[in-house]
Design a protein around this ligand. Structure first.
Ligand code: DGJ
Length: 721
């Protein structure tokens, strides 16, 4: 609920369990009085210590009310007027002056959520507060959007910056949001990583000064996810204050938490300003990406559940959120580039026998592509490699009752490609260019290029009745330069690039609503809420080793739902680590996401084939839980010798518990797994153990951990008895 109190000039925004109170102070500044647990619509100004003068007070019109920007809790930090913390926006005029002073100019409260001009954002919502601020020193105007949602602790925010004058202005920085938290003293939690080790949680105590996480790679990246949480010192998995910021954005980003002289913390971020500089002609506006802020007192676990519910309810493509997912076999780890019609048809035969429903043909089916040095951009079937083209393979799949999926890397171009030979200027940057995985990047800021890629992909999808697309992106951007942008707009390149990617994804998913899209970026390099707006699932990591996956999936679940994680059973020794884990373990861990296979099914033993059939049946059984249930993380694989999570249905009548013993320990004493998230008063049958007990017994006394070998897994299904 959003309320404006005219007497006090305060806005009250009430989420499920938080309130946010904003105050237009007598000088016209928009300040923050409270962001925390629920409060009544009482006059909070009486306790506002921040009205005490310290320094740098802009000439106050009202001498009773002293105010200092140096310490005030602001809703959007400005530059050059006495707030020496990092500003949220910088407005640069033609004469080079940059100071700005934003004052309240009006507001409106309306039902629903704003559309953000080509940016992915919450699809629907309860109501929105839109506050307009005007710069006393320039013609800039800022609109701050705050949207609230039914039964949610997420508040969606973004800023729109407008030029109301005639002369151009420039934005060397334009963040999405700013939140000044009065108390400070938090630990920051980020999801850092690298290729094959994405989203590893890292907790760091905040000291004075700025802590920031960012990507300047033109993609949200493997190295840092666009997520930052602040935890109170006492907060853990299950209790304590957690404040999260998650960007609905897939490009270069920055999130920072700056501890000020008073110990308060400014949490803010959005587009990374490294290399960024937007130009606004008179009348133009710049729309910043949406940030999803969330506050809970139930620790990082509750924060994760809030984000999972939010992404499922408001971001992911609605038609696919709760629908059964295709169980695929992908040929990448089975064949890499070395495939032909016979091999693919044989893989399809095995897949059909085992109950898999889709064959996904990965990299190498197009152009002249037999390794990663050529062919990207030539989205025509390589008939030399696939005699007779794709049609016989698609027909073969159809005869076997299988659907057919294809891999694309739409944003890329190889120097050794027909497309490059005709359009060398379609690659970004200037020669000599920097290659990554031997490839260049297409200039997605240019409409004619996006149109071309759309028409090539649409042709292939339509012609072969493709039911599944894996959209890959295998290198980051180095030269941020478009031959078509004027010099004073090159600073917009990175953002325009990602808008081009979004427009292509939007057009394709709308033109082919029956096609299931999976995102991918050299593994999980662009696993973010922006891509999840178009693609219901994302390839979580190129590391398919079950033990590595336990860690990657654990970290990913901090802010993304399980159903968004695409997870495959692969062969052992594992191709990335050389490790051997039990077949059962590989199935159990992959079942904690959108399930599939990535191996040569023809090389399976009879025992393994039976296991595949059993795994698919078990996955279909637990799929509704994985898609819609609540995740409780029980044993942290980063901290101990075991991993365990429970997924509990919303009405708490069913649960699945999956655990792994990382290393077997000789002469180990007994350990108990204390379950979480059950209804204390309900009785549950643990099917595998034939044991029934009340929820509180299972949560407080727990169940004995079975004796398991290295990387051995157990799975327990709980049903209300
Ligand atoms: C990276 C992906 O993550 C892999 O699964 C595979 O599709 C390769 N690219 C193909 O080049």
């Amino acid at each position: 609920m959003i309320v404006f109190d005219r007497k006090t000039n305060c806005f009250f925004l009430h989420g499920k369990s938080f309130s946010c109170v904003l105050w237009i102070d007598p000088n016209g500044y928009l300040t923050d009085l409270h962001f925390g647990g629920r409060v009544g619509e009482d006059d909070l100004r009486a306790f506002d210590m921040r009205t005490r003068p310290v320094s740098f007070a802009p000439t106050p019109p009202d001498s009773d009310h002293w105010f200092s920007l140096d310490i005030a809790a602001q809703e959007y930090g400005s530059y050059g007027q006495g707030d020496f913390r990092a500003p949220s926006v910088i407005i640069e005029r033609q004469d080079g002056s940059r100071a700005s002073r934003f004052h309240y100019a009006g507001h409106r409260i309306y039902a629903g959520v704003p559309a953000l001009g080509g940016l992915p954002c919450a699809r629907k919502g309860k109501e929105t507060l839109e506050i307009t601020l005007r710069d006393v020193l320039s013609d800039a105007e800022i609109v701050l959007n705050y949207s609230l949602f039914e039964d949610s602790d997420v508040i969606a925010r973004n800023a729109v910056i407008r030029n109301r004058g005639k002369d151009p202005i420039f934005l060397p920085r334009a963040y999405s949001f700013c939140l000044d938290l009065e108390e400070g003293g938090y630990d920051a939690v980020c999801l850092q990583g690298r290729h094959c080790a994405e989203r590893m949680p890292e907790r760091t105590p905040l000291g004075h000064g700025a802590y920031s996480v960012s990507s300047s790679r033109g993609a949200s990246s493997h190295q840092m996810n666009p997520f930052l949480a602040l935890l109170s010192k006492d907060a853990d998995e299950d209790r304590g204050e957690a404040v999260g910021a998650l960007l609905v954005y897939s490009g270069s980003f920055l999130l920072s938490a700056e501890t000020s002289q008073t110990g308060s913390v400014r949490l803010q971020g959005g587009i990374n300003d490294l290399g960024f500089r937007a130009k606004l002609e008179g009348g133009e506006e710049f729309i910043t990406p949406q940030a999803l802020l969330c506050r809970t007192e139930g620790g990082i676990g509750q924060l994760s559940r809030e984000y999972a519910d939010f992404l499922r309810g408001y971001i992911l493509p609605p038609a696919y959120v709760h629908a059964p997912r295709p169980v695929v076999v992908n040929n990448w780890e089975a064949t890499y580039f070395d495939f032909n019609r016979e091999k693919l048809c044989a893989l399809a035969d095995r897949a059909a026998e085992l109950g898999i429903d889709t064959l996904v043909l990965d990299d190498g089916w197009f152009g002249k592509r037999n390794d990663d040095t050529s062919g990207l951009g030539d989205w025509f079937v390589n008939e030399k490699k696939l005699s007779g083209g794709l049609a016989p393979i698609v027909d073969h799949c159809r005869e076997k009752g299988l659907k057919f999926g294809l891999w694309f890397e739409p944003e890329m171009i190889s120097e050794d490609s027909d497309l490059y030979r005709v359009h060398p200027d379609w690659a970004i940057g200037k020669a000599p260019r920097c290659t990554g995985r031997n490839q260049l990047v297409l200039d997605m800021t240019r409409k004619e290029i996006v149109d071309h890629v759309f028409s090539r992909m649409a042709d292939i999808l339509g012609r072969y009745g493709v039911s599944y697309v894996k959209w890959d992106m295998n290198r980051h951007i180095t030269e941020f330069f478009s031959a078509e942008l004027p010099a004073d707009r090159q600073g917009e390149f990175a953002h325009r690039y990602i808008l081009g990617v979004y427009s292509l994804a939007d057009r394709l998913t709308k033109a082919f609503p029956q096609v299931f899209f999976e995102g991918c970026s050299g593994g999980g390099g662009r696993f973010d809420a922006g891509m999840l707006y178009y693609f219901p699932q994302f390839w979580t990591s190129d590391d398919t080793d079950a033990f590595e996956r336990v860690k990657i999936q654990w970290g990913t679940s901090y802010c993304y739902p399980l159903s968004a994680m695409s997870c495959h059973v692969s062969v052992c020794p594992n191709h990335q680590t050389g490790r051997t884990t039990p077949f059962f373990t590989r199935g159990a861990i992959a079942s904690l996401g959108a399930f599939g296979y990535e191996l040569d099914l023809g090389a399976l033993t009879e025992e393994e084939k039976a296991a595949v059939r059993a795994q698919i049946a078990a996955y279909r059984e637990s799929e509704p839980l994985v898609q819609s249930g609540d995740l409780y993380r029980i044993s942290d694989p980063f901290k101990g010798n075991r991993f365990c999570v429970a997924v509990v249905s919303k009405e708490k009548s069913r649960a699945i518990v999956v655990g792994m013993q990382i290393h077997a320990v000789p002469a180990d004493t007994d350990h108990r797994i204390r379950l979480k998230g059950l209804d204390a008063g309900k009785r549950y049958l643990v099917e595998e153990l034939g044991y029934a007990a009340r929820g509180d017994t299972l949560m407080n006394a727990g169940l004995l951990l079975p004796r398991l070998p290295d990387f051995g897994c157990f799975v327990w299904h709980l049903k209300e008895a």
